[in-house]
Design a binder for this molecule. Sequence first.
Ligand SMILES: CC(C)(COP(=O)(O)OP(=O)(O)OC[C@H]1O[C@@H](n2cnc3c(N)ncnc32)[C@H](O)[C@@H]1OP(=O)(O)O)[C@@H](O)C(=O)NCCC(=O)NCCS
Length: 205
Amino acid sequence: MGRPVPARTLGGVFTPPYPITTPRLVLRPFTETDLDDLHAFHSLPEVARYLYWDARTREETKAALDRKIACASLGEGGDMLCVAAESAGGGPVIGDLTLFLRSREHRQGEIGFVFNPAYQGRGLATEAAREVLRIAFEGLGLHRVHGNCDARNTASARLMERLGMRKEAHLVENEFFAGAWSDELIYAMLAREWHAGAAGARPPA
Ligand SMILES: CC(C)(COP(=O)(O)OP(=O)(O)OC[C@H]1O[C@@H](n2cnc3c(N)ncnc32)[C@H](O)[C@@H]1OP(=O)(O)O)[C@@H](O)C(=O)NCCC(=O)NCCS
């Protein structure tokens, strides 16, 4: 097997063409003024239930926001790109998305998403996450993007299915999470699958 062909955009630092607009959202980098909006949902135990962090104090959200502000571009493998999803028309930041560059050599990425529960159940996370996949495949030239979730996190699994990602694995009791063994699901999409249709897929009306 030959070595992976380097993506044309993976030679240096990549910054998405912000702002990215969708019918209901504006995607952009995080700024210091986002603290109240971010804390409104990072402080909620139900949001953190299946995440690797607990509901945050304001100081912890501030520290997380500082890290997100510093992650506005991708360069080296291991970097992460943090994307704020703001309600169109100057509304609050309601979503927090991440694209991890897991391997530059192998053009592998990982997607993550956290939304304010007050704005869940409307397809907004799907609308935002689709643009993050577009950044990954069309902007950055990645070959494969995966997303992992706790098997009990059905909202996350459904979102990845709506995006057109394939379920690749159900790992059984691979993590000791919050005091119990838990299963993990791995979903993924390849660049050719994105270009074959998921790019244009729209959530149900
Ligand atoms: C994962 C998460 C982002 C999913 O959010 P969500 O609101 O369920 O996802 P969407 O915005 O795509 O909304 C989809 C839901 O809205 C419904 N919906 C209503 N109007 C819709 C529309 N116009 N378009 C699409 N879906 C619509 C869908 O039917 C779907 O509901 P269902 O899952 O009951 O079938 C959210 O649950 C979350 O932030 N969880 C906490 C953090 C977390 O666990 N993140 C994942 C870590 S792995």
